[in-house]
Design a protein around this ligand. Sequence first.
Ligand code: ADP
Ligand code: MG
Length: 243
Amino acid sequence: MKYILEIEKLTKKFGDHEVLKGIDLQVKKGEVVVIIGPSGSGKSTFLRCINRLEEPTSGRILLDGVEITGDNVDINKVRQRIGMVFQQFNLFPHLNAIENVMLAPVKIKKEDKKEVEKRAKRLLEKVGLKDFMHKYPAQLSGGQQQRVAIARALAMNPEIMLFDEVTSALDPELVKEVLDVMKQLATDGMTMIVVTHEMGFAREVGDRVIFMDGGVIVEEGSPEEVFTNPKNPRTKRFLSFIL
Ligand code: ADP
Ligand code: MG
């Protein structure tokens, strides 16, 4: 079996504080892995290590069979291949939607502007923002801004997308429009790792659910297994609070 992403014995310390205590995870191409777990369990740190926003303390990460941890790796290349979307949309306020989407492919990848513009238009249409391409972030709702952020990440043609609680800062009525975009992306075959508290999404879209606590993977399985029949008492306790 070939994996697009392989993580072996990953640890991360901040000073003496060991936040990730040896994580092993293998992800198949096209798989949607949902990560759940209490606040402070290391979910964000884990995602940030995967695209090298944080330097892992030890362990290995392989992308399509090639190690991306270690000193001889071009971190910028890695980040182009692994897109990430955050809770805070972090759009550039002085650029409109399409300019936000076009910026990195033009400036970082030095791609042809006309080609990028075509792609940016297509992506903004795909996330339902055909009529909002020339709006500035301040003129857009949170849900629209987050969809621009997703289009912006996709504009780099990533092989994997990481989502870190991307609906947590949104008003409830705006959550669905963002989850629908992510669902479509999953249907289109994107490999995704999604940290979320949206259990409906996890059940419907997730191929696998991982419960993290205290910097380790406590339990994993199909959504059905984890939600309906959790084995670990910590998983049971967590789910009893949120379901
Ligand atoms: P989660 O996303 O599951 O809520 P985080 O990965 O954000 O968890 O944080 C896990 C732990 O790591 C927390 O105790 C947090 O305080 C700590 N931590 C995260 N980032 C840093 C940092 N840059 N420096 C020091 N400690 C950090
Ligand atoms: Mg977090």
